[in-house]
Design a protein around this ligand. Structure first.
Ligand code: GDP
Length: 420
């Protein structure tokens, strides 16, 4: 829901999209240790950071560099949330622990994100840990797309990895790319929606778009047909077009893939290698195209005096946010918030709903690849770090004093059964 409040948002590079809420993707990357989560994250920050450096400028916002120690430790990769901009959208990358031992942390981060990319190793396919995180994501109804990584490795096999996703996770994979070349000869992908090839040059920064290579023409068309059939089976509007006998348009297909991602009925699968810098671009495009904005996810529920209250992603609604991480940094105690509804400004007094204690909002920061950017306010859908909160703990609900509530705790964990 658009309100006048949007017009007063500070104008800095990350807000260069027309509707702040529909342009936000709160994204987690779920992966088995070693599948390539760190590398994928780094590449996303690199590619989007490069976009930033190419042309956009700051106007009047305060920029704080991370101190050298933080930079040395590569802290942004391990920060609880890092913001980047892609194609007019803001992507907030929320850290999710890869290991089941941190199950509570996994659950907490799953509450905060709206969608996720599940990264798989093209050699190993689905591994036990990926399976338990997958089940948790199912329980929270987190829409996902999949990225089969490491296609350049010897023994990499996209089809086998996709089969293991189907069998072990019970997902319906909808593969939208065809790899060009195998193992060390892997050089790019055919985009099965646009029927164009993307080939990236090793070690350098270029990507060449062109027609589908002749040798892959038949295979690409066969796979496009399979994709259309699989989508038609699950999606009535797409089925109509399919039955009319004409080739399904890329637009219809993309719309259907988005619907199926949001409902969880289908799993869009991309593939590639995080070693190729520009190879991550189609994944960023897919994040924007298929994963939900804060407007697309159900209202969150909280309780006050035994009464359940819903909070919708509307900047004009009463403020409510969840603290999902507290950390210390050179800047001071950083409290990471996911704002679910309303607006909060620097200097506001808010209530810690559970502790029934007032807290004062100090500086509000967006954490980016190599710096903090200070902003005046955070609105529904935002992920920010706040300096100055004294006592609020991880898991705390912060809310407007006039509209107190405590978010319901996540449902008791089902036993996680691994078949491995
Ligand atoms: P994480 O544990 O999931 O965060 O995985 P990392 O990003 O640390 O990657 C694990 C290992 O796989 C590292 O040695 C990476 O360099 C390597 N790796 C990541 N992506 C690729 C890839 O696309 N191809 C190959 N061959 N190795 C990769």
């Amino acid at each position: 829901m658009r309100t006048d409040l949007h017009r007063h948002l500070p104008d800095h590079h990350a807000d260069h999209f027309t509707d702040p809420l529909s342009g936000v993707r709160n994204l987690g990357i779920l992966a088995h240790v070693d599948a390539g989560k760190t590398t994928v994250t780094e590449r996303m920050l690199y590619v989007t950071g490069a976009t930033y450096r190419r042309g956009e400028v700051h106007d009047g916002t305060t920029v704080t560099d991370f101190d050298s120690q933080e930079r040395d430790r590569g802290i942004t990769i391990f920060a609880a949330a890092v913001s980047c901009a892609w194609d007019g959208h803001r992507i907030n990358l929320i850290d999710t622990p890869g290991h089941v031992d941190f199950s509570d942390e996994v659950e907490r981060s799953l509450r905060v994100l709206d969608g996720a990319v599940a990264v798989f190793d093209a050699v190993a396919g689905v591994e036990p840990q990926s399976e338990s995180v997958w089940r948790q994501a199912d329980r929270y109804g987190v829409p996902r797309i999949a990225f089969v990584n490491k296609l350049d490795r010897s023994g990499a096999d996209l089809d086998a990895a996709v089969e293991s996703i189907r069998e072990r996770l019970g997902a319906v994979p909808l593969v939208v790319q065809l790899p060009i070349g195998r193992e060390r000869g892997f050089t790019g992908v055919v985009d099965l929606l646009r029927m164009r090839s993307l080939v990236w040059a090793d070690g350098d920064d270029t990507v060449a778009e062109g027609p589908v290579p002749d040798v892959l023409w038949d295979e690409a068309h066969r796979r496009r047909r399979l994709l259309e059939e699989a989508v038609a089976e699950l999606h009535p509007a797409a089925l109509e077009e399919f039955c009319a006998g004409e080739a399904m348009s890329a637009r219809t297909l993309a719309g259907a893939l988005r619907d199926l991602t949001l409902s969880g009925e289908g799993l869009v699968v991309l593939c590639g290698s995080a070693y190729r810098d520009r190879g991550i671009e189609p994944l960023l495009d897919a994040v924007v195209a298929y994963l939900p904005s804060p407007l697309d996810v159900p209202a969150v529920r909280g309780v006050h005096d035994g009464v359940v209250r819903e909070r919708v992603a509307d900047p004009a609604a009463p403020f409510a946010a969840l603290v999902f991480k507290v950390s210390s940094s050179a800047t001071g105690r950083l409290t990471y918030l996911r704002v679910y509804s309303g607006t909060v400004e620097r200097g506001d007094t808010v209530l810690d709903g559970g502790a029934r204690r007032a807290e004062r909002i100090g500086r509000i920061l967006r954490v980016q690849a190599d710096r903090h950017t200070e902003v005046d306010r955070a609105v529904a859908g935002d992920i920010v770090a706040v300096v100055g909160l004294k006592a609020a703990r991880t898991g705390a609900t912060l809310c407007a004093p006039s509209a107190p509530l405590v978010f319901e705790p996540p449902a008791a964990a089902d036993p996680v059964v691994s078949v491995a």
